[in-house]
Design a protein around this ligand. Sequence first.
Ligand SMILES: *Cc1c(COP(=O)(O)O)cnc(C)c1O
Length: 361
Amino acid sequence: MPRVYNFSAGPSMLPEPVLRRAAQEMLNYKGSGQSVMEMSHRSPVYQDILETTEALLREVMQIPDSYHVLFLQGGASSQFAMVPMNLMTQNKKADYILTGQWAEKAQKEAARYGEAKIIASSREKQYACIPDLAAGSFSPDADYCHICLNNTIYGTRFSRLPSTGDVPLVADISSCILSAPLDVSSFGLLYAGAQKNLAPAGLTVVILRKDLVGQPMEQTPTMFQYHIHIKNHSMYNTPPCYCIYIAMLVLKWLKEDMGGLASIERINRKKASLLYDFLDQSSLFHGTACKQDRSFTNIPFVTGSQVLDAEFLESEEHTGLINLKGHRSVGGMRASLYNAMPEQGVAALVEHMDQFERKHR
Ligand SMILES: *Cc1c(COP(=O)(O)O)cnc(C)c1O
């Protein structure tokens, strides 16, 4: 079978040049006589990989020096607890905006450690949009305000950031990291599971403003304390070595082959437009997210008939377009168009949808 166009929300496609390079270097990384998977994480050759990865991430995302960058494990889901355990320590309360299941999970977890106040929610609207935020919604004494910047399941994103004043904004950026430029200085903390747009599953990136690192709650496990990982330069224990190496290759590809974030944003917007333009004129398919809040990395859509949805998804097998099934909680279809999805993949999807529509008119 030739390589497929994989529209999965995560783990998802990696750039082909990255996979080829990893294959070339598999048995003998830069004359070390070993695979990156086998070498000591404390060896100079691996140290160089870790430092290069951090430097590249800082350069590509333009992360100011006033921020720490951490390479951790446990997924974005561990950050749901790690954030409150380390940051909900002054007034023991935080604001949460519910825009989907990931934001809900983050809020539920935080509520175990303090007051996790829901200040806005679009749950009543099946999370099809980002809720309105009145100026007085925010708690001026919150230790932070948490948002999920791009909602992977429902296909919405914050196109404007909430104005939280002096309250640090914390964002889950798992499904939009590196998809477009982001002003890191608007945030107190950013976190992302790597398997959507950066590397294989197993690596979690945390970007944290230095002045926010304080004493965590008393019972916080050592592995959940930011300051421990900061002090040890993400080497308190064995880091996810191979994932970090792939992240390094992905960042090199993004910088050198794709021209950085401004350039990848143009490409991503073009890919998303291709699909949205088709959906907006189609008499069979339609997108489920509110127009003004549409994500350009995750695009859910339906036909309006469960029978036709199922038939469309069955056609995957012979088209080479895979993993288009929507999240189990919403049904229908979803196309995730991360950085590694080429424009031809989206064109092939639109072509296939067009043919399907003609057949069922
Ligand atoms: C995938 C995803 C998660 C969960 O990530 P894990 O690394 O599997 O814990 C959390 N938040 C968002 C926005 C996601 O897309």
